[in-house]
Write a protein that binds this ligand. Structure first.
Ligand code: PMP
Length: 448
């Protein structure tokens, strides 16, 4: 019963793990884009277990692949050969460009990013690591240094050699964002590039250069960035920023790491990988979350040269490359292709953004709607003039009401002011209609 579970939660489960909602939701079952609570209520899951259930809860093909492999062989370690990891390595790397052909399988995004950062230090012989503010890369001691959110650090200082530079946020950033509407840099917003921010890009690049020059060693091991920030609240960068940043990092001898934990596997709709939307090819790509549709797995893919440098260190990972995980990963790749889910992200994502733009235009507290494909953020503000974040009480009332009406949304952003919409990639236009209707009712109720 519900009360007993809540009791155990309070007494025997880590208090650091925060639950959503005033009355935490006890989920019992999932089917594709839907989840069901213990009383049988159905919810449209627009947060997908935090951007993880990529092809749908309990997708029959993925479940079947796991079951088949479980009947055959659950586990060896990588001291023996087994076919699922090799089939998976071939299949996954065939979806990556250039020399990105060598796979490592790990168990979580933090672990994948840890490995990528360590790999970059080993390969380059340099030490300093650079990331963007409001970037999230994990909660392990290594990655926590690159997760540029004070809230996650609990007052503990970054590891040595970790630097964060200004995030070129085209909405909330100090240059180019809506923020500048009434300022002398207003013209930046009006430039002709799609994000209205070419000049802003140059200013952020100057900042980026400065950070690279203030790094103690003046040599960079790696720059890590998400193609669109996830936990940061679907934050998008000015066109061309990442490309120039990559060039500058490489001039300093560093490697470029794309954290595709949220943006990969077709979620952005236009491309399979988020980095492709920026016209760059990273040296290392990290993946997690949607890679296993909820099965705990993650991956790092890099070039043979970097992989050889990493091979100088003895590497061991008990569960990484587990046969069941690899069988699941293969099935996920097949389903994305067979069911045209990347294209679905594009079509349904465009439809969603169009409908949300109408909400933005009719509600003063909807400051910005943005994103790509099914990686969308709705940034809530007190009013469109000051752009101050919507007070958390009001934000929560809207969010709780959505849940009451059967809609689950995520939250993120520096002030927790952005609703995050990152559903299973199989949602339909009818689901979008339902979600936007629910949001409209909740917004109307809590406008003041
Ligand atoms: N990178 C990004 C972009 C993420 O969003 C997350 C998780 N929120 C991670 C890395 C860390 O992944 P995990 O929680 O699996 O360690």
């Amino acid at each position: 019963p519900y009360e007993r579970i809540v009791d155990i939660r309070q007494n025997n489960v880590s208090p650091a793990l925060k639950t959503y909602y005033q009355k935490p939701l006890l989920l019992h079952q999932g089917h594709m884009q839907w989840v069901f609570d213990s009383e049988g209520h159905r919810y449209l899951d627009l947060f997908a277990g935090i951007v993880t259930v990529s092809v749908g809860h309990c997708h029959p093909k993925v479940t079947e692949a796991a079951r088949k492999q479980m009947d055959r062989l659950w586990h060896t370690t990588n001291i023996y050969l087994h076919s699922p990891i090799h089939e998976y390595a071939e299949k996954l790397t065939s979806r990556l460009p250039g020399k990105l052909k060598v796979l490592y399988v790990t168990n979580s995004g933090s672990e994948a990013n840890d490995m990528a950062l360590h790999m970059a230090r080993l390969h380059t012989g340099n030490f300093d690591l650079v990331g963007l503010r409001t970037g999230y890369h994990g909660a392990s001691p290594y990655t926590l240094g690159m997760t540029a959110f004070a809230a996650y650090k609990g007052g503990v200082a970054n590891g040595f050699g970790c630097y964060s530079t200004m995030c070129p946020d085209v909405f909330r950033g100090i240059w180019g964002g809506s923020h500048c509407r009434d300022s002398p840099v207003q013209t930046i917003r009006k430039c002709s590039c799609p994000l209205g921010c070419c000049e802003a890009k140059d200013k952020y690049i100057e900042q980026f250069k400065e950070t690279l020059n203030t790094c103690t060693s003046k040599k960079i091991a790696a720059f890590i960035a998400e193609p669109i920030q996830g936990v940061g609240g679907a934050v998008q960068y000015p066109k061309g920023f990442l490309k120039e940043a990559y060039e500058l990092v490489r001039e300093k001898g560093g490697l470029c790491i794309a954290d595709e934990v949220q943006t990969g596997f077709g979620r952005t709709g236009s491309h399979y990988w988020g980095f492709e939307t920026h016209d760059v090819i990273p040296d290392i790509v990290t993946m997690a979350k949607g890679i296993g549709n909820g099965f705990p797995m993650a991956a790092v893919v890099t070039t043979p040269e970097i992989a050889n440098s990493y091979a100088q260190a003895l590497h061991f990972n008990t569960f990484g490359g587990n046969p069941v995980a690899c069988a699941v990963g293969s099935a996920v790749l097949d389903v994305i292709e067979e069911e045209g889910l990347q294209n679905n992200c594009k079509v349904v994502g465009t439809y969603l953004l169009q409908k949300l733009e109408k909400l933005r235009d009719s509600f003063e507290i909807v400051g910005d709607v943005r994103g790509k494909g099914l990686m969308v953020g709705i940034e809530m503000v007190k009013d469109k003039k000051t752009l101050q974040p919507l007070p958390s009480d009001q934000m929560n009332l809207i969010w709780e009401d959505c849940r009451e009406m059967g809609l689950l949304l995520g939250k993120g952003g520096l002030y927790n002011q952005t609703f995050r919409v990152k559903p299973p990639m199989c949602i339909t236009k009818e689901d979008v209609d339902f979600a936007v209707d629910v949001l409209q009712v909740a917004l109307t109720k809590h406008m003041e």
